[in-house]
Design a protein around this ligand. Structure first.
Ligand code: ZN
Length: 126
């Protein structure tokens, strides 16, 4: 095995995804709703499945249903669909019991805009 240290420094520019990326950083689910068919994509699609490019930003509740999950050396991940969204996404699962099928968006634990889902606090409707 050959060991070599590589250092990269770069800046991510979110562009038109700015509302979505800023939402992730604060633990808020900001989706894109199509002006033509009202399909609501999260993460947002630049071009809706119907072909439309015009849309508006909408805030979802942040609650999501977990369809599939897997665990690896880097943690737990799931395929989920956020309430109010018509698309699914993969994300990191944080402190969600194996039997739980629902979670809520959480701010990432690093400075990277990583999409995360955590357990729903007791007392909050699931
Ligand atoms: Zn559409």
């Amino acid at each position: 095995m050959i060991s070599h240290q590589l250092t990269l420094e770069y800046t991510l520019h979110p562009g038109w995804l700015a509302p979505f990326v800023e939402g992730i950083a604060s633990g808020t689910a900001i989706a894109r709703r199509c002006k033509n068919c009202a399909g609501t994509s999260f993460p947002p699609l630049r071009v809706c499945l119907c072909g439309e490019t015009a849309g508006e930003w909408v805030e979802l509740s942040g609650m999501a249903h977990i369809f599939f999950r897997t665990s690896g050396q880097d943690g737990d991940f799931g395929l989920v669909q956020f309430d109010g969204a018509t698309t699914k996404t993969t994300l990191r699962l944080i402190d969600i019991a194996d039997e739980d099928t629902r979670g809520v968006i959480a701010a990432p634990q690093s400075n990277l805009p990583m999409l995360c889902l955590t357990s729903i606090p007791s007392g909050r409707a699931k």
